[in-house]
Design a protein around this ligand. Structure first.
Ligand code: UFG
Length: 335
């Protein structure tokens, strides 16, 4: 059995779907504070909070957990700066509990959601795994600490891990069953598409005076289905006993500016998307573009949806069909 923490969240749910599609036995651990029950598509759920060690231990009791994919985390960069304690508990304490429970249960394999946020402001583009990791926000620091914990538990207890450092996850399940639904929504692509739907009056472009060709920030958007697939490859490589690296980047090696995303979304949706320039958002590096060369070479990763148009197209289908996301706002508690 594969234990997927945060399996009701955006990246987790797409990965759970991919695992079950190939016949894996999956158990999702999620507190549903940010994830959605409907996103499980019927996958079994053990609801609980990973900060609770008794709950974490219970996940391993009476089951043979062969491997873990650990998505559960809080991921708002802005909040992480004002509530560092909360972020350390959510992202570091939870992983520590999980690793100790794995150690005691004899589970030796884990795939970890790390982030390009661990690099901070990079010295060179595209970013490779060898670039120095100097996070500039608390969220990125908690992910870097997670990578270190995995390394140390690997050395001491033989737990094998792969950290996947994602760039900007975007897009939606091409079957239309799953998509992006955060509350509050802060990510560029869903906000742009909500503006296309008329659910928002306009989109704010955070800064047009960055040292980039059009002055807006550049990011590397990667399709959620490609990200999900990369988790399966990482799991398989460890199961097969392949030699693997400690971490792999996951980006498309192609950067798009905020202005380009808005413009491409206008084309894809055929709708006007009013945009206005607003002040810079603190903590935004001007340009983040990642090289996925290592995972391509070592694990055979290949993006199915590398083009921004396709990423936007699948996201647009989801937003059009689900203007209120999973529609569970009323029943969800405070995140
Ligand atoms: N942006 C706008 N207007 C908006 C929202 C975003 O201009 O209304 C801009 C941002 O300033 C940024 C770009 O669009 O330049 C992308 O912003 P997102 O919030 O979509 O994504 P981020 O690049 O900030 O965040 C992503 C992940 C985080 C991760 C971070 C690392 O979502 O989890 O990369 O930098 F920590």
């Amino acid at each position: 059995m594969i234990l997927v923490t945060g399996g009701a969240g955006y990246i987790g749910s797409h990965t759970v779907k991919a695992l079950r599609a190939r016949g894996e036995d999956v158990l999702v651990a999620d507190d549903l504070s940010e994830g959605h029950e409907a996103a499980l598509l019927g996958a079994p759920l053990a609801k609980g909070d990973l900060k609770d060690m008794d709950y974490v231990r219970s996940l391993f009791e009476g089951r043979k957990v062969e491997g873990v994919i650990h998505f559960a985390a809080s991921c708002y960069v802005g909040v992480s700066m004002t509530r560092p304690g909360f972020y350390y508990r959510q992202n570091v304490q939870a992983l520590l509990n999980l690793l100790e429970a794995m150690r005691d249960a004899g589970t030796k394999t884990i795939v970890f959601s790390s982030s390009c946020a661990t690099y901070g402001v990079p010295d060179e583009i595209p970013i490779t795994e060898e670039c120095p990791q100097n996070p500039i926000n608390v969220y990125g620091t908690t992910k870097l600490v997670g990578e270190w914990m995995l390394r140390d538990f690997g050395r001491a207890h033989g737990i094998r891990s792969i950290s996947l450092r994602y760039f900007n996850a975007a897009g939606a399940d091409p079957d239309g069953e799953l998509g992006e639904d955060h509350d509050p929504e802060t990510h560029l692509i869903p906000l742009v598409l909500q503006a296309a739907l008329g659910k928002r009056e306009k989109i704010s472009i955070f800064g047009d005076d960055y040292p980039t060709p059009d002055g807006t920030c550049i990011r590397d958007y990667i399709h959620i289905v490609d990200l999900a697939q990369a988790h399966l490859l990482a799991l398989d490589a460890m199961r097969e006993g392949k030699e693997t690296a400690h971490a792999y980047n996951l980006g498309n090696g192609e950067g798009y500016s905020v202005a380009q995303v808005v413009e491409t979304a206008r084309k894809v949706t055929g709708r006007p998307i009013p945009a206005e320039v607003a002040p810079r958002r603190p903590g935004d590096p001007p340009r983040l573009v990642g090289s996925s060369a290592r995972i391509e070479k070592e694990l055979g990763y290949k993006a199915r949806f590398p083009r921004l148009e396709e990423i936007l197209e699948t996201a647009w289908q989801w937003h059009k069909a689900h203007p209120d996301g999973y529609g569970d706002r009323e029943t969800k508690g405070e995140a």
